[in-house]
Design a binder for this molecule. Structure first.
Ligand code: SF4
Length: 374
């Protein structure tokens, strides 16, 4: 037990470690001591479920078995392998960070959480997770699962997205981490994973399994009967909705796609797409987009029918973190040769080639639905 640790903290620590030792799931990254593989798993597991991550993790290590292999890969190859996991910024940052390791650190991965945080896109959570799991550094982690466990265990009744609440959670997690006793010394990595595992499997959002919980005797939320009302979230954000329209432009059996510029979903491919402004028709929005993004004009349809939503080939609804969108695809003929304005590049692709392109998830759904109808 650390110098200032309380008996309660030591009991929580030891209870968690003993439980984790017996019940930890056998996950591929837990069989590895390779910091690169552990880092990869932590990046993939942010915002994504374990079951989804496993096949991606395995495919990734086959394609890029070392940090050097990843650093040498093209961004296209990286994004293609990431396709479907969402939050592409994670993949791009991971790729950039691998290049920093290869070029500026002679391929040597950092060891301490502080060093890890100097890499692009590596925040406090990832840095602490990798440093504790791969290098046994005594630093805590606080993610969504840990927040829920701590809010209940400590009966924290302030919102968990509140800055001060989060800061105090990091402190509590550290105090418990350092309270390990001689009886169950564990390791920082095992302790951190135990906390996250408890949140993922026992102290779940709805109807936690308190009867199976190794720290139930120390749980203040449960003792007060308020555990199921915790954690307290901040006021719910209303996710706004937008209408987008995409153009299905074909020439000689090929379809026009553009590569997105750096920024949101940068580097991925898409059908030329624009937001439909309030009061604007799909046809107006498409005409505006074609002039601005493709430096071309929309051809008058030969059958005299104006381009409009009645010609929609497919419609897809998609939810991003901060936006719900409805995307409609409309066939379009162009006057003139399209020239990339907003996109990094434009190209004409055959149907089969869509499988080799890295597309955002919403675009993949849209293209599949369109190809099924064309
Ligand atoms: S006793 Fe229940 S509420 Fe408390 S930490 Fe365990 S599972 Fe969560």
């Amino acid at each position: 037990m650390g110098a200032h640790a309380t008996k309660r903290d030591a009991a929580i620590h030891d209870g968690l470690i003993a439980w984790y030792r017996r019940h930890a799931r056998d996950l591929p990254w837990r069989r590895s001591r390779d910091p690169y593989a552990i880092w990869l798993s932590e990046v993939m597991l942010q915002q994504t479920r374990v079951e989804t991550v496993i096949p991606y993790y395995e495919r990734w290590l086959e394609a890029f078995p070392t940090v050097q292999a990843l650093a040498d890969a093209s961004e296209d190859a990286v994004l293609k392998l990431w396709e479907g996991l969402g939050y592409y910024r994670r993949a791009r940052n991971f790729h950039r960070a691998a290049q920093v390791v290869a070029n500026e650190r002679a391929g040597q991965l950092p060891e301490t959480a502080e060093q890890w945080q100097t890499l692009p896109g590596v925040g406090r959570y990832t840095a602490s997770a990798v440093a504790s799991i791969a290098f046994d550094e005594a630093v805590p982690v606080v993610d969504g699962n840990v927040k829920r466990v701590l809010a209940r265990l400590e009966r924290i009744e302030t919102p968990t997205d509140d800055r001060e609440t989060v800061a105090s959670m990091w402190q509590r997690a550290e105090a418990i981490l350092l309270a390990g006793s001689v009886k169950e010394p564990g390791t920082p990595g095992a302790f951190n994973q135990a906390m996250m595992e408890l949140g993922a499997r026992i102290c779940v959002p709805r109807r936690p399994s308190c009867l199976l919980c190794p720290v139930a005797a120390s749980c203040r939320g449960r003792a007060a009967g308020v555990h199921e009302t915790l954690p307290i979230k901040g006021p719910k954000r209303v996710v706004p909705h937008a209408d987008w329209v995409s153009a299905w432009i074909t020439r000689g059996g090929r379809v026009l796609v553009g590569q997105r510029p750096p920024g949101l979903l940068g580097g991925l491919w898409e059908l030329p797409t624009t937001t439909v402004a309030p009061g604007e028709t799909d046809a107006d929005a498409l005409a505006r987009m074609v002039r601005a993004d493709l430096a071309a004009d929309v051809a008058e349809p030969s059958h005299g029918k104006a381009v409009g939503s009645d010609q929609t080939i497919a419609t897809v609804d998609h939810v991003f973190t901060h936006l719900r969108v409805t995307i409609r695809v409309t066939p379009l003929a162009l006057v003139g040769k399209p020239v990339a304005q907003r996109h990094v590049a434009l190209k004409w692709v055959r149907r089969a080639e869509f499988d080799t392109l890295a597309l955002p998830v919403a675009m993949r759904k849209l293209v599949r639905a369109s190809l099924a109808k064309r």
